[in-house]
Structure formats: C-alpha cells, structure tokens
Design a protein around this ligand. Structure first.
Ligand SMILES: Nc1ncnc2c1ncn2[C@@H]1O[C@H](COP(=O)(O)OP(=O)(O)OP(=O)(O)O)[C@@H](O)[C@H]1O
Length: 240
C-alpha cells in the first residue's frame, strides 16, 4: 500500500485559511432538467459545525457530493482551504478527498473484504506509512464509537447502526480539514447517537476542522453552530 509513497507528490498541507469551505453561486439541475437549487452560498470556518436540513428530494445529498467533488455543479465555485476544486482533474480531486476530506455516506460503503479495523485505518494508511500510529489511531476511533472490541470483525457481522459508527470512525481517522456527513445518525438509538455526535463535535473543534452535516434529526442539528435550510433559492438560516 505504501510502495508508491516515494513517487507520490508531497501531501497537500495548505496554510489554514480563514474559511475551510467557501461556496459561491452554486447551481445544480438534475439530468431531466429540473433545477434543484441556484445562487447557493456557504462559508464554513475552522472549528464550525453546520447542519443542513430540508425537504426530502430538495438536493441535500447532491450538494454534499458536489462539495466533495463527486458531482459537478452547473455553475458556481467550491473552494476548500482556499483552493477551487473546479479546475482539478480526477486525480487531483481524489487526492483532495483522500487527504483533506472525511465523508460519511448514507450507505456507509464499508469494504466487505477488510476487517473493521482495516476499514477504519484505510484513510490514514493512504496518507501515512507510520503503521503503529495508524493502528493506534484506528483502534482509538473504534473505541470512541463503542466498537473497540470489534476490530477483527467483518461488515457482514454488524448491524446497520454499528456499520454507521464504523463509517463515522473511518471519516474522522485521518483528521480531515472538512468532514461531510449524510444523515450520520440515521440508524442510531438516541443514546448512541448522542455519544457519536459528541465525538464528532470534539474532533471538529479540537482539530480546527469544519463539518457539514445533512440531517433530518433535531438532536443532530442541535450540536451544530448553525442550522441552514436548503431551498431552491439556496441556503437560509433555519430560524429566519
Ligand atoms: N443522477 C440523477 N438523475 C436524475 N435525478 C437525480 C439524480 N441525482 C439526484 N436526482 C434527483 O435530485 C433530487 C435530489 O436528490 P437528493 O438525494 O440530493 O435529495 P435529498 O434532499 O438528499 O433527499 P433525502 O432527504 O430524501 O435524502 C431527487 O429528486 C433525485 O431523484
């Protein structure tokens, strides 16, 4: 896994900018031509957790995918730590995601042929060759989500809620600058969700990272510094 490290370009270690995420004038329509949103602006500072809520089908998951460079906007700009992602080619976007972004997908995407410990370690193993640190950090993250004794298990042996916690541990393990999470507590009971959300907030704030969480859950929105509603006209404060 590390054999190509010597040939790889140096890791992206940008200077901390005033904003981790800066989005301006974003517009997106779906292939049938229906406009999901336009004129969308968003700025997220280090240490800040932003929750995005909105009706089903309004485009929340699509927005997260655009922020991660997994989907293209029709118009507008996304900057992560000051760098625009639009001009990056696929390799550049992959590298940006690997080194600076942690993504909790709605469908988890836990790899079935790796143990849970290996799944959690993977994002860190892609950017570091320090095996003892990788293993220690992966175990610490599994413990933090209450699965410290399940590192040797495989995805097939876990419940939906346990898989969700593995996905969260994996998204945080490499201390990304930007954490994007799609319904990260949708499969968790309130007590487990609370514990996981505490971890989430702690990792973001202690690492000066930024998080954008899409959620329908009031408890999840409650840990955010700001709650924004996605509408066809962009994002607006939830209480406006
Ligand atoms: N590739 C695509 N082709 C056609 N329609 C699409 C495509 N991708 C997304 N859509 C449509 O765009 C809309 C927004 O989808 P998205 O999953 O972003 O919504 P959401 O706000 O996250 O919804 P939910 O809260 O139900 O998860 C939906 O109506 C969806 O069917």
């Amino acid at each position: 896994m590390h054999s190509d490290t010597a040939l790889a370009p140096p890791p992206i270690v940008p200077a901390r900018t005033a904003g981790i995420l800066a989005v301006s004038g974003l517009a997106k329509s779906v292939p049938a031509g229906r406009q999901l949103f336009s004129g969308l602006d968003l700025a997220v500072a280090p240490g800040e957790v932003v929750a995005i809520v909105g009706e089903s089908g309004v485009g929340k998951s699509t927005l997260l995918n655009i922020l991660a460079g997994l989907d293209e906007a029709d118009r507008g700009e996304v900057r992560i730590e000051g760098a625009a992602i639009g001009p990056l080619d696929e390799a550049g976007r992959t590298r940006l995601r690997r080194e600076r972004i942690g993504f909790v997908f709605q469908a988890f995407h836990i790899l079935p042929y790796l143990t849970l410990a290996q799944n959690v370690a993977l994002p860190l193993a892609l950017v570091s060759a320090d095996q003892p640190r990788i293993e220690a950090r992966a175990l610490a993250m599994l413990e933090a989500v209450g699965l410290g004794d399940r590192g040797a298990s495989y995805a097939r042996d876990l419940s939906g809620g346990e898989l969700q916690r593995v996905a969260i541990a994996r998204a945080l393990v490499h201390e990304p600058a930007l954490i994007l999470a799609d319904e990260p507590t949708g499969n968790l009971d309130p007590e487990t969700a609370g514990r996981v959300l505490d971890l989430f907030a702690r990792e973001v704030r202690s690492g000066d990272a930024a998080a954008v969480i899409v959620t329908h859950s009031r408890a999840t929105a409650a840990i955010a510094d700001r709650v924004l509603v996605l509408t066809a006209g962009g994002l607006r404060p939830a209480d406006a």
